[in-house]
Design a protein around this ligand. Structure first.
Ligand SMILES: Cc1ncc(COP(=O)(O)O)c(C=O)c1O
Length: 400
């Protein structure tokens, strides 16, 4: 008897995929959605919609109240302090692009931005492009042999020319949770802006932005059982005040004439245009539901599945990338191309992902053209993993 998931029943998408003979091991790319989220969306649309902010009618007031209540409950989920700010974005990618533009005026030529060697393109390219246009130095903090950031070494790299540090809390390739607190504290003590990419981490470990001690934290709803097209940009109060407006339009204006304008502070000043109202409300409902579950039981379940995945891959002689300790494993089969393996797994109904995982420099650094990645969420069961292994064994018989 393999480990069942007590939460599987709450995810109609997982049950539908199961009926279609698909096993979902691609949650690091996007997660399936709980019924609670679908209900919140339906309810929002069924009661009659209205745009938010500045409405004189009751439906508009109701929509604004639900929207701002969603912001408050999301801020509480992040453990944000009262005066801190949550800006809604389209996702992690937009959040980091926003930061790279809205902080650009703080940089002078030769200033330094530090990132880690394992960043997703979303937390590399906005900084790389800022560095190129402003003549800045982009320093890449190295990983050790296990694929972890060497925190002690990283601290020694912070200097008077360092202006910003941007690192992810969990790599989407090496799958190792990083303890970033010491590094973030050291950076902040030196007046360096700190950005944490929580795109992968947030779903497995509820963020505590105050404990983490970062200036900015970004993540995407669709990777936390929430809807597509919604992201969070958390900003500590003083950090939010340092942002310069970056996109312009309605909903963000304090005063405006044909030649000049003054803008609202964050969050509204950074949310021009009609926001993703229904999805933001549904995301808050999803997070409220998640908080009603036993988070320790979920973490223990995911850890047991991860161990099953890792042990089975190791016993089959797969080459594991790094030393993953959370939710995902990237691997290659000796003498087999990752794309061929993923194709044969896909044909047997196993949804994994293969390629460079939007981390091309990392894979180049590891001397790899790509890797297969299996990733887990709370709705997976031991049976999913066993079926994956059955399919893997059949694929390897054909390919090796
Ligand atoms: C670590 C990391 N950062 C950023 C992103 C980008 O997230 P999104 O595509 O939701 O903007 C991803 C997506 O896989 C990721 O894994």
């Amino acid at each position: 008897m393999f480990l069942p998931s007590p939460w599987r029943q709450f995810f109609p998408g997982i049950l539908a995929l199961q009926e279609q003979q698909h096993i979902w091991l691609d949650s690091a790319a996007t997660t399936q959605k709980p019924q609670v989220m679908l209900d919140a969306l339906t309810q929002h649309y069924q009661q009659g919609v209205a745009n938010v902010h500045r409405a004189q009618h009751q439906p508009g007031e109701r929509a604004t109240r639900s929207f701002e209540a969603a912001r408050s409950s999301i801020a509480q989920w992040l453990h944000a302090a009262e005066q801190d700010v949550v800006i809604f974005t389209k996702g992690t990618t937009e959040g980091i692009n926003l930061l790279s533009q809205a902080l650009a005026h703080h940089f002078q030529a030769k200033d330094e931005i530090l990132i880690s060697a394992y960043e997703h393109h979303a937390n590399l390219l906005p900084w790389q492009q800022l560095a190129l246009t402003h003549n800045l130095t982009l320093t890449v903090l190295p990983m050790n042999a296990d694929g972890h950031l060497d925190i002690d070494y990283a601290i020694t790299q912070l200097s008077a020319k360092s202006r910003l540090l941007a690192v992810s809390a969990l790599s989407n390739v090496v799958g190792h949770t990083q303890s970033l607190q010491r590094l973030l504290r050291a950076a902040r003590d030196m007046g360096i802006w700190t950005v944490v990419d929580g795109a992968q981490a947030a779903v497995h470990q509820r963020p505590d932005v105050q404990q983490l001690g970062c200036d900015f934290y970004v993540c995407s709803a669709h990777k936390i059982y929430g809807p597509d097209g919604v992201g969070l940009l958390y900003a500590r109060e003083h950090a939010a005040n340092a942002l310069r407006h970056w996109q312009f339009g309605g909903e963000m204006v304090q005063r405006c004439d044909y030649q000049h304008a003054e803008f609202l502070p964050a969050p509204l000043g950074f949310e021009p245009g009609t926001p993703n109202i229904a999805n933001i409300i549904a995301f808050a409902a999803t997070l409220n539901w998640l908080q009603s579950l036993d988070s320790q039981a979920i973490a223990a379940h995911e850890a047991a599945l991860h161990q099953q995945l890792l042990t089975g891959l190791e016993s089959r002689g797969m080459q594991i990338i790094g030393s993953p300790n959370c939710a995902l494993v990237s691997f290659n089969a000796p003498q087999v191309h990752h794309a061929d393996l993923a194709l044969l797994l896909g044909e047997q109904g196993i949804a994994v992902r293969a390629g460079h995982h939007c981390a091309m420099p990392l894979l180049q650094h590891l001397g790899l053209s790509g890797a297969v990645r299996a990733s887990l969420a709370m709705y997976n069961s031991g049976d999913d993993i066993q079926r994956f292994f059955n399919a893997l064994d059949r694929a390897l018989e054909i390919l090796q």
